[in-house]
Design a protein around this ligand. Structure first.
Ligand code: PMP
Length: 407
């Protein structure tokens, strides 16, 4: 595995040269969104300056060029996640839309009164609320895989809960709040033994670990462009052909139809059946460039680089007596949540901000996790491959200052 030259790679990201309050930016809010390399910004710029045009309809040169570039991105996604078929790659606005699509379409087709959907105790709101809505709609029940106080899913309980009311399991690969890496293969295998499909929320995994949907045997997998160094407004829902073909369309409109009359509309084939309306075209070009960038670095190299930095950060934070980790799973990645003494996370976040350090404070769209631990929220530092040990040292120094100031 190739070692990454971080100093050189940092220069690919214009924003990393920014100063805030006269101090160099230390960006440790990568779980919220990642920064963009110049190649991603350029790909979007090139589209608007050179071939801006709507796709999938025009006979003219620009439209054909835009269409072929956009469809090339679908191929890049297919290769990136190793989907068997190109039409198993559906473009969405992001993870949230991908999960809503499945919850809505799967719910209408397969959920009935007395059924249940199973999620986990550490899900992001976007992998809770759509299922609650679907369950409410169909008279079904939401089941929640419990976790222990290290922030690990309780696998024995999970397997016991997999009864024949369960129609789908939807879990996150990596927790955005706790950093827990869930035993996804085990979860998928156990569900499949009972014939239950699994949706993987890969919003926090796609940028950190190599993902092969066929090897995982995931039935659905959703992620967002903006968390993998690409733009906002674009994401992907992968679904196995056999499932996608059975699901009804999510939204109606242009592009998703074969023919329309007032009496009857017939729907398009995959993937367009699920892509109503003009998509985020420039953002698609940006996503393609982001994938090129990640492929060039190699996800395995990224995972190793980040793993070392993660351990370095955990070890250093551990030295601070007043600090308490929230989430101490044996297998963790990318996000580190903590509290300092009995101070409010927001107060710590504000002090870090004045040192130019961007972290997130609050519930991170995972309120049930905060209820579980009986806390208002956490301070969360989340890393990307472009972060350095010097930046972690600055974080540690600033946290120590916060401890003194808030004592
Ligand atoms: N799931 C997880 C685990 C996330 O971290 C996020 C983003 N914070 C989402 C889903 C939702 O992603 P988006 O807002 O890009 O749709």
């Amino acid at each position: 595995v190739r070692k990454l030259d971080i100093e050189r790679l940092r220069s690919d990201f214009p924003i990393l040269q920014t100063q805030v309050y006269g101090k160099p930016l230390v960006y440790l809010d990568n779980a919220a969104t990642t920064q963009k390399p110049a190649s991603v910004i350029k790909a979007m710029d090139d589209y608007y300056t050179e071939y801006n045009s709507n796709i999938h309809r025009g006979v003219h040169y620009l439209s054909q060029k835009a269409t072929s570039e956009y469809e090339l991105v679908r191929k890049k996604v297919q290769a990136f996640i190793n989907a068997e078929h190109l039409h198993e790659v559906i473009f969405t606005r992001g993870t949230t839309e991908g999960i809503n699509l499945v919850a809505n379409s799967f719910g209408r087709k397969f959920l009935k009164a007395g059924d249940s959907i199973m999620i986990s105790a550490m899900e992001h709101h976007s992998n809770i609320v759509p299922w609650q809505m679907a369950c409410e709609d169909r008279g079904a029940r939401l089941q929640v895989i419990p976790m222990n106080n290290k922030g690990e899913l309780m696998m024995d309980a999970f397997e016991q809960m997999l009864d024949d009311t369960v129609k789908l399991v939807s879990v996150t690969y990596i927790s955005n709040s706790l950093g827990t890496v869930n035993p996804l293969k085990e979860i998928i295998q156990a569900a499949h033994q009972k014939g239950i499909p699994v949706l993987v929320d890969a919003a926090q995994a796609i940028q950190h670990v190599p993902i092969d949907v066929q090897e995982l045997d995931a039935d659905f997998l959703a992620f967002s462009g903006h968390k993998m160094y690409g733009p906002t407004g674009i994401g992907v829902l992968y679904g196995k052909e056999e499932w996608l073909n059975q699901l009804p369309p999510y939204q109606g409109g242009g592009d998703m139809i074969k023919s329309v009359s007032f009496a009857k509309t017939t729907y398009n084939e995959l993937p367009l059946k699920f892509e109503a309306g003009t998509p985020s075209i420039a953002e698609g070009m940006g996503l393609g460039a982001a994938i090129d960038y990640l492929e060039h670095l190699g996800l395995q190299s990224i995972a190793e680089t980040e793993g070392q930095l993660f351990s370095y950060a955990v070890d250093a934070l551990q030295e601070i007596d007043e600090l308490r980790f929230i989430g101490e799973a044996d297998n963790r990645a990318a996000s580190i949540s903590f509290l300092v003494g009995d101070t409010h996370p927001f107060d710590v976040g504000e002090i870090l901000d004045k040192h130019g350090i961007a972290v997130r404070t609050g519930h991170h769209c995972t309120e049930p996790i905060m209820h579980y631990f009986g806390i208002p929220g956490t301070v969360r530092a989340s890393i990307a491959f472009y972060n350095t040990t010097e930046e972690i040292d600055k974080l540690i120094a600033a946290v120590k200052k916060a401890v003194m100031l808030l004592r």
